[in-house]
Design a protein around this ligand. Structure first.
Ligand code: XIL
Length: 452
């Protein structure tokens, strides 16, 4: 391979986190996501619709994923639309498919404010009646699938954005104790299933995730069976929280597992190539944050194809939120997942790949009220570097206070970091990382990094 000095014209091709190349269609030579994940000790999943599990949809589901979550089939309105009349058809079908394909199943979901049958929500119940309805529901459903479900989203979306408890049939009728009761009843019905609380907008450190953190801590202290937290991760393009990994780590440090349970990244339609490249980077950051924390056990996408996504009907004007397009062709986002799981990937933009390139990727690994720790990784493929320099602009007034494994200077908002004497060489297929501490006030957006 050529050694590429930074003075050569090709250096102008070497840009930062925005990744540049077209993703070819996935073919037999691509290592399936489930195998890449397994090599990292992780599980990669998708939400599915049972009736679609044939043909191409079934083939991709079986080949690429090691975990399935029924998108709707296990919700209360699906399994007991009329009181005492149960319909397990789709849920059974998904569980059978998973078993045939050696996949885990994440049960979703037992206690939620939404998608409950009208006989339940329109009924008028005493608190005792409500408690016994919930206990029966949990015992029946968890009991039916005992031994077949790896993890249950026992409680879904219990919090408001400010961290207070959400008003719901359960909270209003039973108080906040419904959460501990539900977990305890689920544990009795299947002691081997991992029991989760799942919510959205809890991916970064914020008031809502603080509330979830405090709840899990207090449940653990009381001996309530709680095994994990689910971070749904229904994200907007370009808005992966900078504190995602830090947040995953703090839950792990409480002694629970973490799963990314419903990942999608919605784009305002129509999505162009630049947006799909940004989406690749967003998927990659989320999966990389999970991969970096031992107790983050599963990343599940909420539908693997744009043909089976809840986004267009729920967020008008938005779509293209999943890793495969409507024709089941992998998008750049697919390769973002693969790369974060250690796969070779296949680029992600519009122009054909040159024979080789190096990229620089910026990340924040932890953040507190006025400071943060970040790192930049320079990776090369098809070429190598003998020395490097990385530049970016801190648009929100952040300041570098200390750097290691590089010499950094800052002038105004412009930051420039050059290799140390011992790490200028980046081999073909290799990478070099340097780190730094910084200060900020207000926001700490991720800059676009340029190599050259
Ligand atoms: C969504 C399904 O994907 C849709 O088909 C359905 O119409 C509404 O619910 N958070 C959750 C999921 O926990 O259960 C939701 O699934 C998406 C948001």
């Amino acid at each position: 391979m050529r050694s590429l000095g930074l003075g050569l014209p090709l250096a102008s091709l070497l840009t930062g986190v925005a990744l540049l190349f077209t993703a070819p269609a996935a073919h037999a030579a691509d290592t399936p996501l489930r195998d890449l994940a397994a090599a990292q000790g992780k599980v990669v999943g998708t939400a599915v619709t049972g009736s679609k599990l044939t043909g191409t949809y079934g083939d991709i589901t079986g080949a690429q994923f090691s975990s399935l979550t029924p998108g709707n089939a296990m919700k209360w309105e699906s399994v007991e639309p009329t009181r005492g009349t149960f319909n397990w058809t789709e849920a059974d079908q998904i569980v059978a498919f998973a078993q045939a394909h050696h996949q885990q199943v994440r049960g979703h979901t037992l206690v939620w404010h939404s998608q409950n049958p009208s006989w339940l929500t329109n009924g008028s119940w005493t608190s005792a009646q409500l408690g016994s309805l919930l206990q029966n529901h949990i015992s029946t459903e968890v009991g039916r699938y005992k031994g077949k479900i790896t993890a249950w989203d026992v409680v879904n979306e219990p919090f408001n954005e400010d961290g207070s408890y959400r008003s719901s049939i359960w909270y209003n009728g039973l108080g906040s104790g419904y959460i501990a009761s539900a977990l305890t009843w689920a544990h009795a019905a299947d002691p081997d299933a991992k029991l989760y609380i799942n919510d959205y907008n809890v991916e970064g450190v914020n008031a809502k995730s603080d509330a979830l953190y405090n709840l899990v801590k207090s449940l653990k202290a009381q001996g309530v069976p709680i095994d994990g937290v689910g971070l749904q991760a229904h994200l907007i393009l370009g808005q992966v929280p900078s504190t995602l990994q830090q947040n995953i780590q703090r839950f792990a440090d409480l002694g629970v597992d973490v799963a990314i349970t419903e990942l999608d990244v919605r784009v305002q339609l129509p999505a162009d190539a630049t947006e799909l490249a940004q989406q690749k980077s967003d998927f990659k950051s989320v999966v990389a944050a999970c991969a970096a924390v031992t107790r983050c056990v599963n990343v599940t996408v909420w539908g693997f194809t744009d043909a089976d996504s809840w986004v267009p009907s729920t967020f008008p004007g938005y779509g293209a939120a999943t890793p495969y397009d409507e024709n089941y062709q992998p998008k750049p986002a697919y390769y973002g997942i693969a790369e974060a799981l250690g796969g070779s990937g296949s680029g992600g933009g519009t122009t054909p790949p040159p024979s080789g390139a190096c990229t620089a990727a910026y990340g924040v690994s932890s953040q507190w009220d006025t400071g943060f720790t970040g790192q930049v990784t320079i990776s090369c493929s098809g070429v190598s570097l003998a020395s490097w320099k990385v530049n970016w602009t801190f648009g929100a007034g952040q300041r570098i206070t200390q750097a290691w494994n590089a010499t950094c200077t800052q002038s105004g908002t412009a930051v420039s970091c050059a290799n140390a004497s011992y790490n200028g060489a980046v081999p073909d297929g290799g990478s070099v990382t340097f780190g730094f501490n910084g200060s900020f006030s207000g926001s700490n957006p991720v800059p676009t990094v340029t190599l050259g």
